[in-house]
Design a protein around this ligand. Structure first.
Ligand SMILES: *Cc1c(COP(=O)(O)O)cnc(C)c1O
Length: 398
C-alpha cells in the first residue's frame, strides 16, 4: 500500500509495513541480530551481516524513500554521518558549491575535514541565482542546498539551482531537515539526493540521533549503498524503530508547530524589543514567493534578533517554556543561540558576515499552546528590553 493516491498524512501510517507479514504485529519488530545464519552453503540469504543490512533499518529506509519520492533510502547514525557519507562520493580535486548559510557541522566538515582530502569548496549566497551560476567551476561536481537555511531561514529556488546543476553536470544535494517530506520534496523538484537529520522533526521527540539519505536513481543508490557499508556509520535497530515511531505523527506535529510558529513570528514582529524576525511566511520575507511555490508550508523554525548579547542573556534567563538547547524539531519548543551553539565552529567575523549576530536567537516551535508561549515571551522580552530601555510596560502586554 504505497499508492500515491493517498496523501502523505495517510501514507505515514498505512504503507506496506503497516502489519508484520509473519505475526500481524502493527509495530515493526526490532531485529537486534548482528549476523544471520546462512541456510545453504552456496546461496546466501537476503541478510548476512548487520552493517550491510538489517530488517528494521530496511523498513525505515523504504519508508523514507517512499515519502520523499525517491528510488532508495539509507539510514545513518546521525545527520552528520549521512552528510559525510554523501560527500565522500567526491574525489580528490572535486569542488562543492555550497550555501553560505549552512548548518555549522556541515561547515566544519568541509573546512576542517574534507579539505584535508583535497575536496575544494566555495560558499555562495544561494538565494542569488547569478552567484550560483558564476561560481560553478569546471571541477564542480556537487551543489549543496539547505532551504530554508539555518538559522536565517533564507529560501533557495530548488528548481532553479537543480536546473543549473544539471546543465553543468553536477549533482544537487538538499538538506531537507527543516521541512521534511511533509512540507517539501526536493527530488520532485529536480534534486538528486535528499539528506535529513532525522534527529529533528522526523523523529521529533529529542530522544534519538539519526540521519537519512534518499536518492533519485539506481546509479546513485549503488554508490551510497557501497559507501554506507564501507564507512559503516549505520543507524542501530532500536534507533530505527524510534525514528519510525516518530514518523507516524510527523504531519500533525509539523502542522501544529508551523501554525504556532507563523502566529508567533507575526507577534514578535510587533514587539519593540525585537529588531528583526526571520520567518519565510512573513509578507516581507524575500523568500516567501518561492517558498510558497516549492513547499506546502513555512515550517516551525524562526529566528529573531534582540539588541545585543546582553539582551539575549536576560531573555534566555527569564524565559520559562522553551528548553535552551542545541537542536530543533521536537515536541517541546527549543530556543538556541547560534553564536555559541550551532555556529560555534565559525569564527566571529565569519559568522557576522553571514548575518548571525550576537543578538540572534533561533526558536524551534513545539506543541505548547500559543497563548502560553506568548505570555512567557512577553515577560522575558519585557526584562530583555529593560537593558536598553525599550521595554513595553508589563501592564500593556496582552
Ligand atoms: C542537526 C542538523 C544536522 C546534523 O544532524 P545530526 O543528527 O545532529 O548529526 C544537519 N543539518 C541540519 C539542517 C541540522 O539541523
Amino acid at each position: 500500500m504505497s499508492d500515491k493516491a493517498y496523501s502523505i498524512q495517510t501514507r505515514l501510517l498505512h504503507n506496506k509495513y503497516k502489519a508484520d507479514r509473519q505475526t500481524g504485529a502493527v509495530s515493526v519488530p526490532v531485529q537486534h541480530a548482528s549476523t544471520f545464519h546462512q541456510f545453504q552453503f552456496d546461496t546466501f540469504g537476503k541478510y548476512d551481516y548487520g552493517r550491510s543490512g538489517n530488517p528494521t533499518r530496511e523498513v525505515l529506509e523504504d519508508t523514507i524513500a517512499e515519502l520523499e519520492s525517491g528510488y532508495k533510502g539509507f539510514a545513518f547514525a546521525s545527520g552528520m554521518a549521512a552528510i559525510s557519507t554523501v560527500l565522500t562520493m567526491l574525489n580528490k580535486g572535486d569542488h562543492i558549491l555550497i550555501t553560505n548559510d549552512v548548518y555549522g557541522g556541515t561547515y566544519r566538515l568541509l573546512t576542517e575535514v574534507l579539505y584535508k582530502f583535497g575536496i575544494d569548496y566555495t560558499f555562495v549566497d544561494m538565494t542569488d541565482m547569478q552567484q550560483v551560476a558564476v561560481n560553478i567551476k569546471p571541477n564542480t561536481r556537487l551543489i549543496y542546498i539547505e532551504t530554508p537555511s539555518n538559522p536565517l531561514l533564507k529560501v533557495t529556488d530548488l528548481q532553479g539551482v537543480a536546473k543549473l546543476a544539471k546543465a553543468n553536470g553536477c549533482l544537487t544535494v538538499v538538506d531537507n531537515t527543516f521541512l521534511t517530506p511533509v512540507l517539501q520534496r526536493p527530488l520532485e523538484l529536480g534534486a538528486d539526493i535528499v539528506i535529513h537529520s532525522a534527529t529533528k522533526f522526523i523523529a521529533g521527540h529529542s530522544d534519538v540521533i539519526a540521519g537519512l539519505v534518499v536518492v533519485k536513481s539506481e546509479e546513485i543508490a549503488e554508490q551510497i549503498g557501497f559507501l554506507q557499508n564501507s564507512l559503516g556509520s549505520v543507524l542501530g535497530a532500536q534507533d530505527c524503530w524510534l525514528v519510525l515511531r516518530g514518523l507516524k505523527t510527523l504531519q500533525v506535529r509539523l502542522e501544529q508547530s508551523s501554525a504556532t510558529a507563523f502566529k508567533l513570528a507575526q507577534w514578535l514582529e510587533s514587539r519593540n524589543e525585537v529588531t528583526q524576525v526571520f520567518y519565510p511566511g512573513l509578507t516581507y520575507h524575500p523568500g516567501k514567493p518561492i517558498q510558497t511555490i516549492q513547499a506546502s508550508g513555512y515550517g516551525a523554525v524562526l529566528s529573531f534578533e534582540l539588541e545585543d548579547k546582553e539582551a539575549v542573556k536576560v531573555f534566555v534567563e527569564k524565559v520559562e517554556i522553551p528548553v535552551f538547547a542545541v537542536s530543533l524539531g521536537a515536541v517541546e519548543s527549543i530556543l538556541s543561540y547560534p553564536a555559541t551553539m550551532s555556529h560555534a565552529a565559525m569564527n566571529k567575523s565569519e559568522r557576522e558576515s553571514r548575518g548571525i549576530t550576537d543578538g540572534l536567537l533561533r526558536l524551534s516551535v513545539g506543541l505548547e499552546r500559543y497563548e502560553d508561549i506568548v505570555n512567557d515571551f512577553s515577560t522575558a522580552l519585557h526584562w530583555a528590553g529593560k537593558v536598553k530601555g525599550k521595554e513595553i510596560p508589563l501592564a500593556n502586554i496582552k
